[in-house]
Every structure is written in structure tokens, then in C-alpha cells.
Ligand binder design. Sequence first.
Ligand SMILES: Cc1cc2nc3c(=O)[nH]c(=O)nc-3n(C[C@H](O)[C@H](O)[C@H](O)COP(=O)(O)OP(=O)(O)OC[C@H]3O[C@@H](n4cnc5c(N)ncnc54)[C@H](O)[C@@H]3O)c2cc1C
Length: 444
Amino acid sequence: MSINHQELDPVKGSAVPSKVVIIGAGVFGLSTALALASRHPETQIVVVDRLTPPVKDGTSVDTTRCIRSDYADPIYRRLAEVAQDMIFQDPELQPWTFKQGMTYVCDGRPSRFTTTWTEERDQARLRKGFAESTQRSDVFHRIHGIDAVLPSMEHSDWNMGFSNMTAAFIDAEEGIRVYYQRCLRNPSISFRCGVPVKEIVTEKGEAKGILLESGDQIDADLVVVAAGAWSAKLVSLGQRVSPIGHEVVWFKVTPEEEARWKNMSITTNLSTGLNIFPPYRGEIKVLRRSPGFVNTITVPDPESPAEKMRISYPRTIVDNPTDEIPWDAEVAIRKNLREIMPPLADRAFDRTKICWISTTPTADFLIAPHPRLRRLHMATGGSAHAWKFLPIIGDWVADSIEGKLDPELVDKWSFDRLSNGKDRNAPRMDGKPQELNEVVRHRL
Ligand SMILES: Cc1cc2nc3c(=O)[nH]c(=O)nc-3n(C[C@H](O)[C@H](O)[C@H](O)COP(=O)(O)OP(=O)(O)OC[C@H]3O[C@@H](n4cnc5c(N)ncnc54)[C@H](O)[C@@H]3O)c2cc1C
């Protein structure tokens, strides 16, 4: 079946996609490539990335990601339930999926995080696999066992929790490898990896293809920007999408510790932003949904190159391999661990990184035609929660390209969706992001 060009919006939509270029081989890009290829086998699809997938510093590539569906927002809850089942039933993803549940903790003091916690707890109550920890000791013993000695604290933040035992974690790097290999097996999809896209080529208000840093040009009838936190350099996104980095650290654990903690749930504290994963391959990963970091640079405005714009742009371990997370991030992580994982609180990190997210004001994705340039489609704004939608996110992008996305989702993921003051779907701490250049440390 080919795309019926008459059905496409002649103004906003993209016409005649007999050749599609997708910029970015993360969750959005790979899933979109597969969805378009399965709907339109005669369309030629070229996925372009700066590096070969799994892209080492791509947001989609990490040791672990949470797969859960207990959103306070009913739309994401419904979508995540579908996606979660698809992940659990996918025979190639199953070996990398670990159903150990997720425990949500909060400090119990009134704040927007406790409100989200309460709403999510009430939702989780209706499900199978719900368990509540009403006291600090319950939260602690869930990880360390009933005989473990609870550290006494003057000020405690890990005070109450509930667990959703239907949640899982997935080896995100292996998950992306599965999808990359699936794309490679598809005759309609090819890859051009190793050279970044310099710019989107436009003519008379239409995207015509892409220009690589090498000087090569690839023509296309439709360009899909799925470049994650890097998208802001290719397309002028204003306030709609802001690249923000968050701190992630890994600790080596001994075989005895791995055995002791192997059944713990992913444990996250909505009040402090800390997220601790169960041991996996001899290490424990900890991250913090802090106010985050920006890396401000000045670049030509893609829509009027004579003008300049200031954007945040990922600074990663690929170009800056000695970067270490800033000092205050380390202090905040260790303060949390002193209360909830005391054996790790003073242990040296094995490694750290800043993981970049294409953050949006409401944590709603950006899946929409470009408002001013025809034949250009956006598929980004994953914020801190898009990985779990890997099996279906590409279908939404394909629906959006074909002009048949559910109207509720058109509105939610539109180009002009700005802040409603609520970010309940992937909340991060209040506060202004710091300029990374000013606080980053370097490993000697
Ligand atoms: C710390 C952290 C924790 C998270 N936890 C979860 C979780 O538990 N569960 C969950 O569901 N989600 C989670 N997320 C969110 C999820 O990982 C992201 O929403 C998702 O991976 C974004 O995918 P993407 O395809 O937009 O970006 P990416 O994976 O970054 O893909 C974009 C690709 O574009 C390429 N690219 C960029 N610019 C260019 C260019 N100029 N030329 C060529 N290629 C280019 C990049 O190399 C990259 O490979 C988390 C994110 C972070 C950072």
C-alpha cells in the first residue's frame, strides 16, 4: 500500500514520501523507520546518525531504562500499558527485560512531588502487584532485608513508599541493538552513520534533503528530525524543546552485594529525584532528576542563517571523555545514599556521565509537522520517559506524517504546546539548570 498523497495535508503535511531521511537512530528514529517500512514497503528509508547504533552517547543507550505504565496522566498510562505488553511479548527484547518492579518513595512533606506520589499511589492500588511501605523502616527493609539496621538520621527523605511489581527494567543498549538489527534486516531501510548532518536543505519553504558535514547531500521527499537533544541545532525550536543534562553514576558491587540486592525493585525518590537500579552485570546505576545542566552555544538560526541563536547543546563523553559530574551533584547523590544505600555512600564511582534529554515544558513529546517548512516532520521531545514507547512510538510518527494521528495526541504533541506549569509525567527537581562548562570536573 502506498501513501495516498491526496490525503496528506498540502500545507503542513509532507507529500510523496517515496524517499524518507530520518535524522537520528535512537528510540524515535529506529521505531519510525520500522513503522514506515512496514506500512510502505516501496518507500526508501535512510537513517542517518553521527555514530553507529547503539550510539554511545545517545539518550536511548544506557545500561538500564524503566518500563512502567503507572502514570498519573491517563493518556500516557493507556499508551504505556500497550507498549509495556509489547516489550514483554517481544522474544528478542525478553532476554534483556527484568521484571523486578518499581518502588516510589517520597519524604511525605507537602510539595508537588508528594501530590504526584499520592495520585500515582492511588492508581497503583488498583493494580496487581501493589505493596505499600508506610514507614521509613519498611522502605529500607524492602531493599536490605528485615534484619538490616536502619541508619538513624536527623533529617530523613526516604519516609514512605509504594511498589508496582508489574514494572521492569530493560538493558537499553541491547534493546537498541535489537531494533537496529531489525532495521538492518529490512530491505527498505539503509543507514548512513559516522558523519553528522550539518543542515537540512530547504528550498521555497520545503525540505529537500540533508547536507552532511562531509559535504555529501542526500535528497529526500520527507525529512524526519529524530535527533533527540541535538535537534535544537537543526531546527529552530524556541522554548518547545530544551536539551538538559542529568547526572548518572555507576558503582561496582561485590558478588555478595549483588546476591543480597538482586531482588530489589528500581527504587526512586520523587522528592529528592534519586533513582537507584538493582545490580546488573556487577554494578549499580544511580541517577538524579536534578534541575540539570545546560551547555549554551551560539549557532546560526537554521531558518535564517544570517541570524544567530543561543541554544543548549549536548556536551558528552564522546567529545569530552574525561568529564566527571559536578561536585554538587555528587554531594546530593551521596547524601541520599547515606540514608538508603549506606554501603555505597562513600564508595568511589566506577564512572559517571551527563545524560542529555530533549526536555519539553510539559514532558509531552513533539511529534508534528514543522509549522513553517513543508516535508519536514519532528519526532523528538522524549523528555525523561520515551524509551518505554519504543515498540509504538514510530507508529505515532507515521500516523502524524499521514495526517491520521488521534486528535487528542495531535494536540498533546503539537509544535505550539507550551508549559501548563505541570510536568507530572517525568518530573524533575525545581530550580534553574546550571551551565555545565562552569561546574564540570575532569578525571585525571
Ligand atoms: C538519565 C535518563 C533516564 C531516563 N530514564 C528513562 C526511563 O527509565 N524510561 C523511559 O521510558 N525513558 C527514560 N529516559 C528517556 C529516554 O531515554 C529518551 O526519551 C529517549 O531515549 C529519547 O530518544 P531519542 O531517539 O529522542 O534520542 P537519542 O537516543 O539521543 O537519538 C538521537 C540520535 O540522533 C543522532 N544525532 C543527533 N544529531 C545528529 C546530527 N546532526 N547528525 C546525525 N545524527 C544526529 C544522535 O547521535 C542520536 O543517536 C531517560 C533519559 C535519561 C537521560
